[in-house]
Design a protein around this ligand. Structure first.
Ligand code: DX5
Ligand code: ZN
Length: 211
């Protein structure tokens, strides 16, 4: 089954509790929690206190934490304590391999993300360490951008390399292109705008689940 991970970057910032409820009621599989440091990407978003509050409100949700940070290794502990289920860091960030090992040592699922221009083969040495690969289908930093379809080749390449973990795609995903993504070997779809701005987010989740 294809999984859906709605990105709360597109949710109403004054109603994060409502966003959490929406994710739950729509039967989305995960909640995508984007963390930005205004250095790795030119934007700021949320910190661990929001994640902790969400975890306290709903401990069952799978919190899919995407760290767009230059030095993720300094923040892994605090996001683990706050309630992350999965922590994904960028291959382009500092101390990449040590940070993957640290996430693993904390007992969490381990993810590695690639910006659109980074080739899939940089992950060959670390594939055995990974539960998931997150392919950015836009330049990270902002919601509401247009998907770059050439990134889908990386999903095909990773499957051809024998990677059997989750392949997640992030950025510009919606009802119009989700089938194309699933056909390329991607099995986790992040949706910000297309989920939270939809008239009926539950119908969006249902459509993903029938792919
Ligand atoms: C971008 C973030 C995405 C973003 C996706 O840097 O990593 O998760 O929220 O938003 P949409 O689905 O609106 O492109
Ligand atoms: Zn993201």
């Amino acid at each position: 089954m294809i999984k859906l991970s709605p990105s709360i970057l597109a949710a109403d910032p004054l109603n994060m509790g409502g966003a959490l409820k929406l994710v739950k009621e729509a039967h989305a599989d995960e909640l995508h929690f984007d963390v930005m440091d205004a250095h790795f990407v030119p934007n700021l978003s949320f910190g661990p206190s929001l994640l902790k509050a969400m975890k306290q409100q709903d401990g069952e949700v799978v919190y899919d934490v995407h760290l767009m940070l230059s030095d993720p290794i300094q923040y892994v502990d605090v996001f683990a304590q706050a309630g992350a289920s999965i922590i994904t860091i960028h291959q382009e960030a500092n101390d990449f391999v040590a940070c993957l090992e640290k996430i693993r040592s904390l007992g969490l699922q381990v993810g590695a993300s690639l910006k659109p221009a980074t080739p899939a083969d940089v992950l060959i040495p670390v594939l055995p360490l990974l539960d998931r690969v997150l392919l950015m289908t836009v330049e990270p930093g902002f919601g509401g951008q247009k998907l770059m379809p050439e990134v889908l080749d990386k999903a095909r390449q990773l499957r051809a390399m024998g990677f059997a973990g989750d392949i997640e795609a992030d950025g510009g995903i919606g009802l119009g292109n989700m089938k194309q993504l699933a056909d390329s070997g991607i099995n986790v779809l992040v949706m910000g705008t297309s989920f939270f701005k939809a008239e009926d987010p539950a119908a969006v989740a249902a459509a993903v689940h029938t792919l």
